[in-house]
Design a protein around this ligand. Sequence first.
Ligand code: DAK
Length: 261
Amino acid sequence: MGNYSNVLLETSDNIATLTINRPKALNALNKDTLLDIKAAAQEVAEDENSHVLIITGAGEKAFVAGADISFMSKMTPQQAREFALLGQDVFRTIETMGKPVIAAVNGFALGGGCELAMACDFIICSENSKFGQPEVGLGVIPGFGGSQRLPRIVGSNMAKQLLFTGEIIDANEALRIGLVNSVETADQLMEVVTKKVKKIVSNGQISVRYCKEAVNEGMEADIDRSMTLEANSFGLCFATEDQKEGMKAFLEKRKAQFKGK
Ligand code: DAK
């Protein structure tokens, strides 16, 4: 896979792993890092051998400690707007790519780091993780979608509490409010995430993709429209070899061999 200055990208067993790699700055997101994340995500989206993407942070302390405050401190209003639009675009690329993206949060996920994790399909974190949107303490608001995704995930009242106070919550509180799906020991985080991801990879990739689209698009639509979306995608599955193989394998009492076709 391609070489990037601020992220590492590797693939094995159909699983791509993108590691934000600026550990000295706790993987803070500057413009170049955002551009690397976007290019790497697009590479994975186009790579036939990558079925799932895991995003994590280098080092033992942080997933991503936020947008780079030293970089942001000197921005003009116009540059700030451009920076917010860039981050939003990068995170939308992740959110809308036709493959599952799992955040393996291994430490601080603050500000832009929490926003990056929330743009993924779900989050599994280590016990030492900390989450929060501390932007109000810096005199700004979240700029990479945090004020929009947080209420969609944890509900508007809890989101407002976190956004207004800027408080940092630990992994167990993140689990309690439904921000993360599970909390693992730091040692076992990648093992657990990989196990989960291997289950995803063993399924029909087209149907996994349709599930992602159905949830994402359905969440933004009224119930009638979202039911139509589901019915349409359900119908489309019957145009795939995977549907024929999946149902045939069940009836023959064997494990399906999906081809993603
Ligand atoms: N940006 C830049 N550098 C950071 C950073 C960050 N967000 N977080 C940490 N670092 C750097 C530190 O400056 C330090 O660098 P050196 O001093 O060694 O050169 C190094 O990482 C290690 O950090 P600490 O020495 O502070 O480590 P500690 O363990 O003592 O503390 C910490 C860890 C995560 C509690 C602390 O570093 C911290 O509070 N960091 C800032 C967390 C934060 O507030 N994050 C949210 C950032 S705001 C927008 C676009 C985007 C956003 C908003 C608006 N628009 C364009 C409108 C998003 C905003 C954010 O993400």
